[in-house]
Write a protein that binds this ligand. Structure first.
Ligand code: UAG
Ligand code: ATP
Length: 552
């Protein structure tokens, strides 16, 4: 959806005098005779469509349009002052509607937006204990796990990410994984008013490159992993890595927790400019004492989840579990819990809270979400090669029948991953159904063709000899029909993984948003199956694994 974020504002905020802001940030003041004389701004907006009286409207230069095009409309909606760059100031110099409004001019308004918004709202982030998670995969799951652990300990929590935003018990829609700085600071100010004490949020590489979290120094920042994605924006992996590494600098966090299961994690730990605790979740070799500050042992997968032990070199240990399937969710849970511990939490307090809560097992919408059993149908958000590979490998050991995957690739995003995802699907599944994901403005058939090319090449190089009439790779569109056919064809022992969209409920085709929820389509197809094998619909959360004794 391209609509702007729903504006969340603090009910009360003193705001700041424009003159004070100009002095603090060394800004020149343009605008009419009344420029800045006694003008106070009480909130900040960078999109004219959500401006309210008393706002500082920040007109940013963009890739598509300069925000200055919307200044007159913003002033008409009550903006009390404007911040822009020299180009923007020139664009509005002759606007009669803007004549009496102070116009602050900055060299790079996007680079100071976060700090200015924080100043206007009274540095709201300082009133919260803040946790940030970055990485190619696992951000959403890990932030839900951090928030779950903190709430289990009794904190009133805030959550910001791809799926939704939460302030205490209030749930708000999410438009970006990481909101723009003006919206984020307003949200933090509203959370402070709401007596929220902790914040768990996803920080995307886009956000770090675009200064969205400037004005927040996170108490603890976590790194999950890095693999191919978003190269359309960053260009190449080293630049993508550099964007994520920005989080582990004193401007953005006080201390870090880095998963060092691979070379990118080791590099992230080495390059961090803040104190970092390292976490190894891959198996620890016998002769490898202290592979990291923290590590995971005694991982025991079970039908209802996985129990594991988190250990520190100083002897601390935490016995717990997660009902979210797959080794990668043990990694996410371990990262989440180490972040909470590295914020100063006593391991016994955390252990007791988790035991009472049934483990580290939040229901994360659209992340390995079990929609039915017999056949088992799982809806997941995997939309890049690594995530798809891990989601399939998580399901294979407990699939006694065929493993079927239904997926596509996103339009207008990293095209390099399309054939790779096709190949990964063939490696990991018995039957591959290539369909549409979110084509956006690209021709859907072309995207499918690029995915199919990788899939078919993998079949040929794999040399499978298939029973007559069994097709390893099929193309079915539209997506709802692909899901329907896969679910109707599944036997009770089969697993169907519907991957790529997870929680999403809108599919953009040629700029038009169409309602499409994979979970609804799965349930619709299940209802078409003969009565005796319609599958057992599952509640949002699965039952929990029993954790062992916990030790301090
Ligand atoms: C690459 C990117 O992130 N671009 C973001 C950026 O666009 P831009 O700088 O080109 O801005 P623009 O659209 O030209 O608009 C310029 C200015 O005019 C303002 N404007 C624009 C239109 C209008 O009617 N009124 C108005 O005031 C805009 O608010 C903006 O300040 O600023 C815009 C305004 O906030 C964002 O909407 C836009 O995000 C686009 C929609 C987007 O798709 N971003 C994705 C790639 C993104 O950020 N994804 C990450 C997650 C990635 C992942 O890990 O999966 C995320 O954090 O969500
Ligand atoms: N630690 C992990 N390592 C690899 N893959 C993972 C990991 N955690 C989750 N995944 C896979 O990646 C998909 C996305 O997970 P999640 O939404 O938690 O990550 P994300 O970083 O928020 O993704 P996005 O940035 O696209 O929102 C999951 O559906 C799962 O298939």
């Amino acid at each position: 959806m391209s609509s702007p974020i729903e504006r969340i504002r603090p009910a009360r905020n003193e705001g700041r005098a424009v003159r004070d802001l100009a002095a603090q940030f060394d800004l020149t003041i343009g605008g009419g005779a009344t420029a800045a004389s006694g003008v106070t701004v009480r909130s900040v907006a960078s999109d004219n469509r959500v401006v309210a009286p008393g706002d500082l409207f920040v007109a940013l230069p963009g890739a598509r349009v300069h925000g200055a095009r919307f200044v007159a409309d913003a002033v008409g909606s009550g903006a009390a002052a404007v911040l822009t760059d020299r180009e923007g100031a020139a664009l509005v110099a002759d606007e009669p509607d803007v004549a009496d409004v102070p116009v602050l001019v900055a060299q790079d308004p996007r680079a100071i937006l976060g700090e200015i918004a924080s100043a206007v709202y009274g540095a709201p982030a300082q009133h919260l204990t803040t946790f940030a998670v970055t990485g190619t995969n696992g951000k959403t799951t890990t932030t839900y796990m951090v928030d779950h652990a903190l709430r289990a300990m009794g904190f009133r929590g805030g959550l910001v990410g791809t799926v939704e935003m939460r302030s205490g018990d209030t749930v708000l829609p999410s438009r970006l994984t990481t909101p723009e700085a003006a919206d984020l600071q307003a949200l933090l100010a509203a959370m402070r008013e709401d007596d929220v004490r902790t914040l768990a949020m996803e920080v995307s590489s886009h956000a770090l490159a675009l200064h969205r979290v400037d004005g927040v120094v996170f108490d603890v920042a976590g790194f999950t992993n890095l693999s191919q994605d978003h190269l359309d924006f960053h260009g190449d992996l080293p630049s993508y890595f550099a964007a994520k590494a920005l989080l582990f600098t004193p401007e953005h966090c006080r201390r870090g927790v880095v998963v060092v299961d691979d070379v990118w994690g080791e590099r992230m730990a080495d390059s961090a400019q803040v104190p970092v605790a390292t976490l190894r979740t891959r198996p620890v070799a016998e002769d490898e004492p202290y592979p990291a500050d923290w590590w995971v042992e005694d991982v025991v997968p079970g039908a209802l989840g996985t129990t594991f032990v988190l250990r520190h070199r100083d002897g601390r240990q935490l016995h717990t579990s997660t009902s979210l399937p797959g080794a990668f969710n043990v990694t996410n849970a371990a990262l989440a819990l180490v972040m909470v511990l590295e914020a100063g939490t006593d391991v016994r307090d955390l252990a007791e809270a988790l035991e009472a809560a049934g483990g580290c097992s939040p229901a994360v919408p659209g992340r390995m979400q079990l929609v039915s059993t017999e056949p088992r149908v799982v809806v997941d958000f995997a939309h890049n090669p690594q995530a798809l590979e891990l989601a399939l490998s998580a399901l294979r050991p407990t699939t006694s029948g065929r493993l079927v995957v239904v997926f596509g690739a996103t339009g207008e995003r990293d095209t390099g991953k399309r054939p790779l995802m096709g190949a990964v699907a063939v490696e990991g599944a018995d039957v591959v159904v290539v369909t549409d994901d979110d084509p956006h403005g690209e021709p859907a058939a072309q995207i499918r063709a690029e995915v199919l090319a990788g899939a078919r090449a993998a079949v040929e190089s794999g040399g499978d000899i298939l029973p007559e009439g069994v097709e390893r790779v099929v193309e079915v569109a539209p997506r709802a029909e692909a899901i329907r056919q896969a679910v109707l064809a599944a036997g009770p022992a089969d697993t169907v993984l519907v991957a790529g969209r997870g929680h999403e409920v809108w599919q953009e085709i040629d700029g038009v948003d169409h309602a499409l929820d994979d979970r609804v389509e799965v349930r619709r197809a299940l209802a078409e199956r003969p009565d005796q094998d319609r599958g057992v619909d599952r509640p949002e959360t699965m039952t929990r694994a029993e954790p062992k004794e916990n030790q301090g």
